[in-house]
Design a binder for this molecule. Structure first.
Ligand SMILES: [Zn+2]
Length: 335
C-alpha cells in the first residue's frame, strides 16, 4: 500500500466521525432540504439470498431497524409523494425532510422491510417493475451469482459471453463472484439473458431460486398498510437511454403507470429511472406523466430549487451503514 493510501486509510475513522457529528443532517440549514434514501434489498445474513446479492444492494433487518430509529432523531420523515405534492402546491416544507425509497419491488421488502416500517411508523415509496411483479423474473447478477455459488462456474466459463476471467472457479469467494459480475456489466442485459437462456440456467441449479420480486397480493398489502406508496420503475427495467426506440420508451414510462394503476386501483404519480439512466426524451416523457422522479445520482436536494423529476438520492447499503456512526456519516453526504 502506498504512503498516500495508508494515510487515507488511517484518516478514514476520523473523517467518518467528523461527518457523523458535523454533517448537514446535524445542523439547522438556511433553506429546507430533502434527503431521499435509496434502498434495494433487506435480507438477514443467514438467508441464502443475502450471499447471492452484491454488497451494494443489501441491508440487514438489524441495520434497517437501527436506520429508522436514527432517522427519526434527525429528520421529519415524509412520504416522497406527499413532499412532492407539498412543494408543487407551494406549501411550507420541513427543514430536514427525509424520504425512504425502495427500488424494484423485491420480495424481501415485503418480508423484512414492511414489519419495520410499521414498527417505526415511517412511510416509504416502493418503485415496482410493473411487468415483473408476480413473475419468476430474476435479475441476471443474481442468476450468475447463484450459478457460481452452486459450483456451475466451470460450465459458464466455456461460454463466449459468460466466460469472463475467474468464472472457472469451482468454489468461488464472494469477491470472485463480484469480480465476474463486474466484468459482465460491459454486456447488455439482452446479451446476458440470451447467454443464460442458451445454457438453460434453471436446469443447472440444484434448487430453484426464490422469486426475486413480490406478487401483486403482497404489493397490495404493502400499499394497504398505509406506510407504502407505490411508484413506477418501468415495465421491464430497461435502461432509458437514447438507444431505446420511441415506442419502447412510451411503453416503459406510460404503460407501466397504467398497469400499476389498474392493478392497485390508485393513482401512480412517482417514477424511478432504472440504473439512473435517462435520455432527454425519457425525461420529457416522465415530466409529462408523473409529478416527480428519482435518479441514482448522489446528493441531498435543496427543496426550493431541485428539479422534481431529477431528485438525487443517498444510496444505502450494509457495508457502509451498519453502525449509527457510519450511517450518520453517510447521511452527511460527505463520505
Ligand atoms: Zn432498479
Amino acid at each position: 500500500m502506498s504512503a498516500k493510501a495508508l494515510a487515507k486509510k488511517a484518516l478514514k475513522p476520523l473523517l467518518v466521525s467528523m461527518a457523523d457529528r458535523f454533517g448537514p443532517h446535524r445542523r439547522p440549514t438556511s433553506a429546507p432540504r430533502l434527503w431521499v434514501l435509496m434502498y434495494h434489498r433487506i435480507l438477514p445474513e443467514g438467508d441464502p439470498r443475502y450471499h447471492q446479492e452484491e454488497p451494494g444492494m443489501r441491508v440487514t433487518p438489524e441495520s434497517f431497524d437501527m436506520h429508522l430509529r436514527e432517522l427519526k432523531r434527525h429528520f421529519e420523515m415524509v412520504s416522497l409523494g406527499d413532499w412532492v405534492r407539498a412543494r408543487e402546491a407551494g406549501e411550507e416544507l420541513p427543514q430536514h425532510a427525509c424520504a425512504v425509497t425502495f427500488d424494484d419491488g423485491w420480495l424481501d421488502n415485503f418480508e423484512y422491510a414492511l414489519p419495520l416500517l410499521r414498527k417505526h411508523r415511517v412511510p416509504a415509496t416502493l418503485f415496482a417493475v410493473a411487468e415483473k411483479i408476480g413473475t419468476d423474473f430474476q435479475f441476471w447478477p443474481n442468476v450468475v451469482s447463484a450459478l457460481m455459488l452452486g459450483g456451475v462456474g466451470p460450465t459458464l466459463a466455456k461460454h463466449p459471453v459468460l466466460g469472463v476471467e475467474g468464472m472457472g472457479a469451482s468454489h468461488p469467494s464472494s469477491d470472485q463472484v463480484a469480480h465476474c459480475i463486474k466484468q459482465l456489466k460491459s454486456y447488455t442485459d439482452e446479451a446476458l439473458f440470451g447467454a443464460l437462456e442458451e445454457l438453460h440456467w434453471r436446469d443447472l441449479l440444484a434448487e430453484p431460486m426464490t422469486p426475486a420480486l413480490m406478487n401483486w397480493a403482497q404489493l397490495k398489502e404493502m400499499q394497504a398498510s398505509g406506510w407504502v406508496e407505490v411508484g413506477s420503475h418501468t415495465c421491464t427495467h430497461q435502461r432509458l437511454t437514447s438507444a431505446l426506440p420511441e415506442t419502447e420508451l412510451q411503453r416503459e414510462i406510460v404503460e407501466s403507470r397504467s398497469i400499476l394503476e389498474q392493478k392497485l386501483q390508485c393513482p401512480i404519480s412517482l417514477f424511478c429511472f432504472p440504473n439512473g439512466d435517462y435520455s432527454a426524451d425519457a425525461l420529457a416523457l416522465v415530466e409529462r406523466h408523473y409529478t416527480g422522479a428519482v435518479t441514482t445520482q448522489k446528493g441531498i436536494n435543496d427543496a426550493a430549487n431541485c428539479a422534481l423529476h431529477e431528485l438525487v438520492r443517498v444510496g444505502i447499503h450494509n457495508d457502509i451503514t451498519h453502525t449509527p456512526r457510519l450511517f450518520g456519516a453517510r447521511l452527511s453526504g460527505w463520505v
